[in-house]
Write a protein that binds this ligand. Structure first.
Ligand SMILES: [Zn+2]
Length: 316
């Protein structure tokens, strides 16, 4: 089962404590899973969902909130993704008006094209804001498996609806982003903190904890990778530096000038040749005397400088 389905399964099990929330949740669902069609002049309501759990909860709430049961015509076909697509049509005129009225879509003159928006009366209370988001997720939401990526989104055709949902999230201090994808508006979250908050607001607490655990494991893994990368980079640096030092010593030897090096430079040069890959700290330890890493570094700089002078002379 997908992460999305698992969240939806959890959401439909939540029992709203108040009837106001039943209404808000149902309207959130209809806004994001519904559309209004016309047969002649008469509007009808169509609902489509791939979620088995959401379909069942929709039927339950339609009966509980609007007393609509038999008027709701159900059909199902293959979703083409291994599951079903559940379709509902409500075309009993009085009932359609009842639902659209509750959605607050009769504010304006009953126009030919109804665009969904959020009826502010439905989401006045905090409990109802949560319920509305829950319904919206059941109707048009999805979330990626956090193992793969952090992404949660709501999809709608209606611009006003995307703006309205963003405002509801803003109430909870959650910053929603919106992008247009073909004819859809996608309200999305990519930040793991935001996704966590959205799940919390909706009430998907079980999946929220699972999400948090995955995040902890992922963060740990990333930290280890970062550390390994960092150590590898340091090792590369050590080996590169050692290579440059060896080349310099080679050059001095080839020029027959090695015997002329001061004792303290010859000492580190010999140590480098005996321990080609050792870090400066390791060389400092090997030398045993009270010599610091930076003093050794300084001596190698001097050796490299002498080698460079030889090269310059050769090139003259
Ligand atoms: Zn409420």
């Amino acid at each position: 089962m997908s992460f999305t389905s698992e969240i939806k399964d959890e959401l439909v099990r939540i029992q709203n404590e108040q009837s106001c929330c039943d209404m808000a949740q149902l309207c959130g669902f209809i806004c994001f899973a519904g559309s209004v069609g016309y047969s002649g002049e008469t509007p009808y309501l169509k609902i489509t969902t791939e979620s088995d759990a959401a379909a069942k909860s929709f039927e339950t709430l339609m009966k509980k909130v609007f007393g609509i049961k038999d008027e709701l015509v159900k059909s199902q076909n293959s979703s083409g993704r291994g599951g079903f697509l559940y379709n509902y049509v409500l075309d009993t005129v009085g009932k359609v008006h009842q639902v659209l009225d509750a959605l607050g879509l009769f504010d304006d003159e009953f126009s030919e094209h109804i665009t969904f928006k959020i009826n502010q009366n439905l989401v006045k209370k905090q409990c109802c804001k949560r319920a509305f988001i829950r319904g919206a997720f059941l109707g048009g939401g999805s979330a990626a498996n956090p193992e793969k990526s952090y992404h949660l989104e709501f999809v709608t055709h209606h611009h006003a609806l995307s703006g309205g949902l963003t405002e509801v999230f803003a109430y909870f201090d959650i910053d929603a982003k919106t992008v247009k994808r073909q004819s859809n508006y996608v309200i999305y979250f990519k930040n793991s903190d935001d996704i966590f908050d959205v799940m919390s607001v909706m009430g998907a607490h079980k999946k929220m904890m699972e999400f948090a655990n995955v995040r902890i494991v992922k963060d740990k893994r990333n930290n280890i990778n970062r550390k390994v990368n960092c150590e590898t980079a340091n090792l590369d640096k050590t080996l590169n530096a050692a290579f440059v030092q060896k080349e310099a010593i080679k050059k001095i030897k080839e020029a027959g000038k090695f015997e002329m090096l001061p004792k303290h430079l010859a000492e580190v040069a010999n140590m480098r040749l005996e321990h080609p890959d050792a870090s400066l700290n390791a060389l400092a330890e090997l030398l045993g005397t009270k010599i610091s890493r930076s003093a050794i570094n300084h001596r190698f700089k001097k050796i490299i400088q002498i080698a460079e002078e030889i090269t310059e002379k050769n090139n003259e």
